[in-house]
Design a binder for this molecule. Structure first.
Ligand code: AMP
Length: 210
């Protein structure tokens, strides 16, 4: 059971990814999470993240390659945030081929850019991993995490000036992947404008039918 989860920033990939890996007991491979951890000690990585630019392919590809060598991925995995360029997808294909691993589906959470901006600008996160939205998924107590009572913050790359750049990067570099995966027959379009639970239900239905 190996999947790729795609969609523009703000589509709800992180939220859906958590639900999928929990439900199906597979490993969550989020390159964004890996880089958010790496940026604490790596100034170069931090610069890419705060500007909303993509980390160079070579760095990302090597990181994913190493991660895919670990034993735990044998129980299945969900790639979240990778690949993000056609070159990364081609490199992933090579890695998978050499390890004899197959991808079962590429889920694309489809939301238009106007909605994406609305979602990103209201997103607030906790260091425990929980995520909220000031209007759509507010915490019980303003600014505090329901799970651990931690302080909620706005990700630096969710700030308004960076969001536009992230969407531009997505349009230019990541959206060509839609056609790339449509050609493989693995592409599954999911209407991301539906509620969080309906989106999950659709993905779950697809996985369980296989
Ligand atoms: P995300 O949480 O997936 O939105 O990723 C946060 C940031 O990490 C992105 O804006 C990029 O700077 C970096 N990043 C994550 N995944 C990739 C990737 N596959 N290729 C290049 N940069 C990435």
């Amino acid at each position: 059971m190996n999947y790729i989860l795609m969609g523009p920033p703000g589509a709800g990939k992180g939220t859906q990814a958590k639900k999928i890996v929990e439900k199906f007991g597979i490993v969550h491979l989020s390159t964004g999470d890996m880089f958010r951890e790496a940026k604490k000690s790596d100034e170069d990585i931090r610069k890419f993240l705060v500007s909303g630019r993509l980390v160079p392919d070579e760095i990302v590809v090597n990181m994913v390659k190493k991660r895919l060598e670990k034993d735990d991925i044998k129980k299945g995995f969900l790639l979240d945030g990778f690949p993000r360029t056609v070159n990364q997808a081609q490199e992933l294909d090579k890695m998978l081929k050499s390890e004899n691993i197959k991808i079962d589906a590429v889920f694309f959470i489809d939301v238009h850019f106007e909605e994406a901006v609305k979602r990103i600008s209201g997103r607030r996160v906790c260091s425990c991993g929980a995520s909220y939205h000031v209007n759509f998924i507010p915490p019980k107590v303003k600014g505090k995490c329901d799970v651990c009572n931690g302080e909620l913050i706005q990700r630096s790359d969710d700030k308004e000036n960076v969001v536009k750049d992230r969407l531009d990067v997505y349009k230019k570099q990541t959206s060509p992947l839609i056609d790339y995966y449509k050609k493989t027959g693995l592409f599954v379009n999911i209407d991301g404008l539906k509620s969080e639970s309906e989106v999950f239900k659709e993905i779950k239905k697809y996985i369980e039918a296989k």
